[in-house]
Ligand binder design. Sequence first.
Ligand SMILES: [Fe+2]
Length: 214
Amino acid sequence: MDIARLKKLAGIGENPHFIQMPNPRHEFARRHHERMKLSMNESKPQKLELKKLAYETKDLEPVLSKDNVEYHYNVLSNGYVTRYNNKEGDPDFNYGGAMLHNLFWEQLQKADGSKPEGAIKELIEHRFGDMSSFIDEMIKTAMTIQGSGWVYLSKSGELKTTPNQSYKTDILMPIDMWEHSFTDYIPAKDAKGKYIKAMMTIIDWNQINMRMGK
Ligand SMILES: [Fe+2]
């Protein structure tokens, strides 16, 4: 057998590109990507639940009217959960909508004059100085949302936004900035600002501390 034939059998052609050895780094990246995709899908449950409200729908007045809460909770929030469970529409959108709204409703309570305490108080003071600067910054951040979305305090104490119903794992305290959430404040010129200021009077700060693991 001549050399040329041996080379051919061994896959060694004249064109060096003929032999495509997998680049170990690319291969690692590809496998890592596949694993991440798999684990992200796996981390989403088959079914979601709309968390029960820990208060009556009228209890958030006058910050949120009974009508607003009933429509927002019973119809809209429930809709994300139902569509996700029935596999209707975009699963990511419905998953995010369900997760965000569950956090949103769970962190509210009847206004009782309570102020941030413990870990959340420390986080706000450390990052923003005081409550009123924190609220001002939240309003400023919320105003940067183009279209519909949420403003949120992240677990590391940053104010961020997320568009539409995009759920993020660093969300500590999300405030719904879709127009349906602040209908009670329309047509006030600064409806968003008034809504955010008022919302800060019905936050269950203990719930936020629990999310922080405190
Ligand atoms: Fe909403």
